[in-house]
Design a protein around this ligand. Structure first.
Ligand code: NCD
Length: 335
């Protein structure tokens, strides 16, 4: 059967994919590719408007889950590179309301000549499904309890900046830094991408979280489970807090109320005092203030939470350029 959009199929009917590269998970990026993306993102922050890079290309943000930062930063990133951007969301205005599957919708958009699908969905492994079916390139913007690779890249850039490190140092770029990632590790796709990325850049990574929300047996090699939250934070250079992903918890699962959770697992001023004197505090957002993080910490002098957001735009520009095989049109990587 010939699909509409046959320009992406060879004469034999075999599907041809558009030039460029997918980004489904952080493991698909070798360290030198990570460092090149981070260096180029850094250079883009000095001059963020590059409308020649993706002029004539079309990016669709195909979002089946809510989003504030990720969606907006991808859209901004695409526009700053000159691409046309379309948002396609689960908002009741599409033919999903008539029973069309998300995959059929994606294949139809693909047939219109989309270059990149930026995809977020509650289904883990959804980007890989799209890669299999689409001619467009696919960038993962968060899949279920899977990964969120561009958030991890933004986080790495934030740590590099805070400690005066260079992405040019590759596997040693974060050497000597201890990163504590705390909260709902099991359901946290940001954690999953960071647990795979930060050790490859040389960081020592330790996790802590409530019973049932962290599994010591499932951690990547080199990542350790701390016996308590305080133990994780002691001496840490980076304390990264995560929200409990209530929407992904089994119904009826018992969790302490917000005040009890905060007392046991919330980052407050006392706990920040256990960290390295130069420690920074991070959170990918959305924050639940007074639950996993105290107001005074979220808004305090150690917080780099809004820097993460700023870096997210630059990183997504570099990723979109790579997705379209236009990385070479970006400014040279900055040390
Ligand atoms: C996260 C996500 O959606 O995975 N947020 C983000 O994209 N910056 C984290 C979360 O929802 O807790």
């Amino acid at each position: 059967m010939t699909r509409a959009g046959a320009e992406f199929e060879s004469e034999g009917g075999e599907r041809r994919r558009r030039p460029g590269r997918d980004l489904c998970g952080i493991g698909g990026l070798p360290v030198d590719a990570v460092c090149d993306l981070l260096g180029r993102a850094r250079a883009l922050e000095d001059a963020p408007h590059r409308p020649e890079v993706l002029r004539g290309r079309t990016v669709v943000c195909f979002f089946g889950e809510p989003s504030t930062r990720t969606r907006t930063s991808f859209e901004l990133a695409a526009r700053r590179l000159g691409a046309d951007v379309i948002f396609f969301g689960n908002d009741g205005t599409t033919s999903a309301a008539k029973g069309e599957s998300a995959l059929d919708a994606a294949r139809n958009l693909d047939a219109m000549g989309i270059d990149v699908f930026v995809a977020r969905d509650r289904q883990t492994g959804w980007p890989q499904v799209l890669c299999h079916h689409l001619g467009a390139r696919v960038v993962n913007a968060g899949d279920g309890v899977g990964e969120h690779p561009t958030q991890a890249l933004a986080d790495a850039l934030t740590i590099l900046e805070a400690f005066g490190r260079s992405p040019a140092d590759g596997a040693r770029a974060l050497a000597g830094l201890r990163v504590a990632i705390c909260g709902d590790i099991i359901h946290g796709r940001v954690a999953h991408s960071n647990l795979h990325l930060l050790p490859r850049l040389g960081a020592e990574v330790v996790v802590a979280g409530p019973e049932g929300l962290v599994d010591g047996a499932e951690l990547p090699e080199g990542v350790t489970l701390a016996p308590s939250f305080d133990d994780a934070v002691v001496g840490a250079h980076v304390v990264m807090m995560l929200r409990i992903q209530r929407e992904r918890l089994a119904r009826g699962r018992d969790l302490p109320d917000d005040a009890a959770y905060h007392a046991r697992w919330g980052l407050d001023a006392r706990r920040v005092g256990l960290a390295d004197p130069h420690a920074i505090v991070m959170h990918p957002g959305p924050m639940n203030r007074g639950v996993e993080i105290a107001d005074a910490v979220a808004d305090g002098p150690r917080s780099r939470i809004l820097r993460q957001v700023t870096h997210g735009v630059a990183v997504r520009m570099a990723v979109l350029a790579r997705a379209c095989d236009r990385q070479g049109a970006l400014p040279e990587a900055k040390r």
